[in-house]
Write a protein that binds this ligand. Structure first.
Ligand code: 4AD
Ligand code: MG
Length: 463
């Protein structure tokens, strides 16, 4: 007999079926002549209730070894459950203990734990209800993303994690080196001599797969990357990670309107799919984490996003009469509080802001005819702020060269990027979705560290 997943039994199991389940004990309630166990195998929020009668072989001794956290195999027969809220339960005919968990030292006893505490036991926290639900939703969202692009004929391209170029031109990169740090070779000017390093030049963990995705879009028209990216910004906030996953589509023969339309359809698709494949988990978030989670999801699916230019957004902020912590004026970057005001209070739905001032955006964004703004778009989500950043790319060689220089960057390492504008250049556009910010947005989780299994942030690299 094969082992059945608990979600399958809860949905489809019938009385009188004999089954095997394997999982971890969440709770144990001893009665006089039998014991209730709740066994969870991670396949669903709800566990399976197991009833172990005292006539099960080795009852007394086995029950001593079975406590919260223990791993077990249970063989038995499904029966209708007399208890409220569950259709079936499992009457055990035998129990095998794989591994015990000492009640004195196992940290996850049945009670509420703070997310801060759970982060200190990153090797165990996935066994809790909330983190379990988060990682199932994360999986469903990732699946929906691939499905969305594959259905539309986008090629999934794998861009490198180690890179020599700074895509965002912001200098927030981790260096990758093969040097023995006790004997770093120096040049005559006492600078680090990266020509002697593994790659023969300074290399980094990538901040974005965009530049390489553009190369691939110039061959396959529509492509996307979905992989880890890295930022060495020392931002200790609830929305920043040093290692996060980014989804980056790139489309040839596409302008900013096409880019925004795709991004909006994309977010709607993911929400729809996740509501369909994880209804219990989403219900849980709505009840226990943030009671606007389901309303938000439906709002996204049913309504068009708001679209405004940056210049209009600044006017809205001015008219709001609100005092913000950070000042703003035309030309300054929007702070999280400004973004949230726009999406949360003013439009009350995801808001796409376009045409930002050129000087606050990356060199690759297409310059508008006013020569002051670029064809950028950020999608701002209520409670989170920016979840997507994208743009139409500068496809004109001479303008791009000027922009690189204007941003004080050395054009030499971008030679191949410039070549794309020399050979068969086309209008093209793309965007990057911060995958963890999306999962935060979907689940209502307050801290980005709790929507990625193993968060990497300043001073945080334990597990
Ligand atoms: O706006 P960003 O920096 O855009 C890019 O990297 C472009 N190359 C994307 C593209 O056009 N292909 O980052 C994109 C998104 C942000 O909107 C945000 O959701 C997320 O990545 N992000 C972060 N998420 C978590 N932690 C961080 N430190 C993040 N920095 C950006
Ligand atoms: Mg951005």
């Amino acid at each position: 007999m094969t082992t059945r997943r608990i979600i399958d039994l809860l949905r489809n199991g019938q009385p009188n079926e004999t089954v095997i389940v394997k999982g971890w004990v969440r709770t144990k309630r001893e009665q006089k002549e039998f014991t209730f166990l709740e066994v969870n195998d991670g396949s669903s929020m709800a566990g399976l209730q197991v009833v172990v009668n005292q006539d099960v072989p080795g009852y007394a001794e086995t029950m001593k070894r079975v406590n919260t956290g223990a791993s077990v195999e249970v063989d038995g027969m499904l029966v209708e459950s007399p208890a409220k809220g569950q259709r079936i339960e499992l009457r055990a005919s035998s129990i095998t203990v794989y591994g015990e968990a000492d009640p004195e030292t196992y940290p996850l006893q049945k009670k509420r734990h703070s997310f801060e505490f759970l982060r200190t036991i990153g090797h165990l926290r996935s066994r809790t209800n909330t983190l379990g639900a988060v990682f199932r939703v994360r999986n469903a969202a990732a699946t929906a993303i691939h499905q969305f692009f594959q259905e539309r004929g986008f090629l999934w391209v794998h861009t490198p994690i180690i890179s020599a170029s700074d895509c965002e031109g912001a200098g927030e990169m981790f260096t990758v080196t093969g040097f023995d740090l006790k004997r770093v070779p120096l040049t005559e000017n006492q600078a680090v001599d990266f020509s002697k390093d593994f790659f023969g030049r300074q290399s980094y963990l990538t901040v974005s797969g965009q530049l390489e995705a553009e190369i691939m879009a110039m061959a396959f028209s529509n492509v996307y990357t979905f992989g880890p990216t890295f930022r060495a910004e020392n931002s200790n906030t609830s929305r920043h990670l040093a290692e996060f996953w980014m989804v980056e589509p790139e489309m040839a023969f596409c302008d900013l309107e096409g880019d925004m339309d795709l991004a909006e359809a994309f977010l709607k698709h993911i929400f729809k799919q996740v509501l369909e494949s994880c209804p219990e988990d989403m219900e849980f978030f709505n009840q226990r984490i943030d009671n606007s989670v389901l309303a938000t999801a439906n709002n996204i699916i049913d309504n068009e996003f708001a679209r405004v230019t940056y210049t209009e957004a600044i006017a809205i902020l001015e008219k709001s009469g609100k005092t913000f912590e950070y000042p703003y004026q035309w030309g300054s970057d929007l702070q999280s509080e400004h973004e949230r005001y726009l999406a949360e209070e003013y439009f009350k739905k995801p808001t796409i802001v376009t045409d930002y001032p050129a000087q606050i955006k990356a060199f690759y964004m297409r310059l508008n005819d006013d020569e002051k703004t670029v064809r950028a778009m950020d999608i701002l989500a209520p409670k989170i702020g920016e979840i997507i950043g994208g743009s139409q790319r500068e496809e004109r060689l001479d303008v791009l060269e000027k922009r690189i220089q204007a941003q004080g960057l050395d054009p030499a390492p971008y030679w191949w990027y410039l070549d794309l504008r020399r050979f068969g250049t086309v209008p093209h556009a793309g965007f990057g979705l911060g995958f963890e910010r999306l999962v935060q947005f979907m689940t209502g989780m307050g801290n980005i560290r709790d929507v990625i299994p193993f968060p990497r942030a300043p001073l945080e690299v334990e597990f």
